[in-house]
Every structure is written in C-alpha cells, then in structure tokens.
Design a binder for this molecule. Sequence first.
Ligand SMILES: [Zn+2]
Ligand SMILES: [Zn+2]
Length: 465
Amino acid sequence: MPAARRLSLKKPFSHWPRLEGAVVTDGAIGRLSHVISTQTTAPSVHRGRARAGAVGPRYRGDAWPAVTAGAGANGGGARAGPGGRLCVAGMRSRQRAFAAVMRLCVKCLRVGRRRRFRLAWRAQQLWRYGHLCLRSLLYNSFTNSDVLLDSLFEPIYWLVDHVTRWFGVVFVALVIVLTSSIVAIVYICLLPLILQTYPPGWVCWHLAYGHWNLLMILFHYSMAITTPPGNPPQAKSNTVAVSICRKCISPKPARTHHCSICNRCVLKMDHHCPWLNNCVGHYNHRYFFSFCLFMTMGCIYCGISSWDMFREAYAAIERMKMLEKERLQVAANQTYYQTPPPAFSFRQRAFHKSIVYLWVLCSSVALALGALTLWHAALITRGETSIERHINKKERQRLQKKGRVFRNPYSYGAWDNWKVFLGVETRRHWLTRVLLPSTHLPHGTGLSWDRPPCVTEPRTPLLAI
Ligand SMILES: [Zn+2]
Ligand SMILES: [Zn+2]
C-alpha cells in the first residue's frame, strides 16, 4: 500500500449534505466512514458524488475488503507488527465511533427536515382550505358597493334589529300610557270647561267629534298591533314567485320582502313599526295608516281646542315661579313686611301643568306624526310602499339612462290607488269602511296582484318587482 494512504479528515462533513434523498443503510454509512478515513480509494466521495445512485461499483460491499483488512496509518497492514495491530484496532474503534456519531447526525437531520417539511405542508393545506372557504362564503355574482356596505354595517343592523324587537313592547306601552294620559286630561280638565263655557252647538260638536276620533284611534291601533301583516306560505304551493328569500330560503311573491326583526317574509311589506311592535304589510297597512291619520287629527284637535287654556296655564306657571322666587327672598332677608300674595293650591298647579303637558305633547306628536302621515299618503297616491319607493327610484334612474320610462305596475292612478287601498268599491263604503271602524279585508291575497274590480282603467303591468 502507498504511504499516501494516510488519514485525512479535511472537511469530513462536506459530503454529508449530499446524502439527502439517498437510501443510506447502516452498512453504507460504515463504508462511508472508511471512505473518510482512507480517502485514496474514494476520491469521488470527496468530490461530492456520494449519492446512492452515483457511488458506482466502488461503493459496493464487494469492492472494499482489500481496504478494510490492511488499512493503517503506517502504510500496508501486512507489514504491521503487534504494536501496529493495536494501533489499527484503536483506529478501527475510533472509526466505528465516528461512524456512529455520523449516523446519529444523519438521523437527526433527516427527522428534523421531515418534521419541518410536514409542518410546512400542513400550513400550506390549511391556507388553501381557508382561502377556499372564504371565497365560497363571500362569492356573489351580484357583489357591488351596496353589498359591501351592507356587510360592513351588518353588526349595526343586528344591534338595531334586536333592540327594536325587544323594545317593541316598551314602545307599545308608551303609546298606550301617553294616549291614556292625554285622554284623562281632556276628560278631567278640558271637557268640563267646554261644557260650562261653550254654546250648546259647539258642545255637541266637541262631544261628537272628540269621541268619534277617540274611537277611531283606539280601533285602528288595536287592529294594527293585533292583525298579522300576512306571510307567504312555507309549504309548496302554486304561488307565482319572483325571487327566493335568502334568509327563509323560500319563494318570494311579488311585493314581498323579508323583515329581519320579525325574521320572516311579509306580504306587501311597508316597514316594521316599533310603535306597533308589528310589521306593516298587506293585511294591516290600512289600519296603520288610519291610526296615523286619526292620531294626527286627534292631536291637532286637542292642540287647537286647548290653545287658549294653554296660554293661560303658561302664564299661571310663570306667576307661580315668580311667587316662589319672592318667597325664597323673604325667607332669606326677612324684609317682606307686606301681606304675601295668595299661593296656588295643589289642584291649580296640577291643572295648569296638565294643560301645558297636553298642548306640548299633542303639538309635538301632530308635527312628527303629521309628517309621517303625509309621506305615507304620498306613497299610497303613487301606489308604492316605503320599500318599493327606493326600488322604483333606482329602477327609474336605470331605465332613464337607457332612454326608457319606468311605470309602476301596481299603480292604477291616484284616485284608484286610494280606492284600492281603503277597499272602497261603492260610494257607501266611504262611510262604512272609511269613516267608521271596519274590519274588511284588502283586495287580493297578497300573493298575486290582479287588477281590482274598483279600478276603472285597466293597465298592463310592465315590470314585476
Ligand atoms: Zn324571508
Ligand atoms: Zn317585522
């Protein structure tokens, strides 16, 4: 053996990273340790060709016995004496130890790489799954700025819906309490004064009109809060639907909309009224409007009737405040030697304050509810609901850009719209169905919209919404 066969461990680990991917067995690693120690017979390994496929015949077990038997630090193993044998044995034990350490390192590297690779693969799979879920949830072929804004304001809508749902009972109780207080003040304070001071003709008129107005308010309010607005059938039916409700997942007839507070679809939905704690729809729309109208009329009536009394009561309250101020000054300075003016009794104070409360509340409600009533009257004149008002406005603008004219398919003209809304088919109905309490049903079922018989001029619907 040439003397050049010396131990050379220059860059002993330089070839290990190149073993990745190869099926390295224990025997192969043992042989690799020999390669490291001898170097002369395995230059290709040091050049980095120790891959399983690139080792070649020199790497096979049958090509190595000549090396293992006599390989030593001093040259040929055949010339080595006992000392040389000991040295060779020591060298072999070190080689084995080194090979064991290398095996351990290879295992650690392999396990570490495998674990990192598995974690990266799982993270990639999770990312792809999450991305797919997000896209499937958010995908909408009709996505536009409105949908985006709705999505952003969804938490606020949710809060408002729940607050309105739970406070509906409170609002109804408030309406009943406030109305009862006004009626009580009218009976206790206003009516006795009218009976004492007004001429008989005016007294009769006040009694008749006041009680008729009160009766209409009570009747229409009780009907509005107790009459269901009408809902489309949940079971399969022959109803002609124009769309599918996204919340109910059921067919939606024309003019039907979903109420997020009631959590159901409502026929010819106008809006959800918190003061009724009920939806305003096909079957109670007339009750709602009549209540608004008669309540506004009642408030205007009370405001006008109590105007003179309100001015007197207001002046009396101002005098009460001045007297109270003077009394406090007397108590503080003790300089008031004159006889103090007579103080107002509790009954007088309550009377004046009640009149002021009645006038302020009635005039406020008359203004607010009057504006709402006028708005709904304009909508009824056009044959629209509050929701259709927005839909028709958009549709009108869209068609206008195309040079076309939008026509509401549910409008039969202003006069006929009022007749259809109030259910007036004959002249007698103006008295029995409008001016007196009536429980007659509206025309149609709210599922389909045929032309009512009271409509004189037939019109062909152009568009169903
Ligand atoms: Zn619905
Ligand atoms: Zn509702």
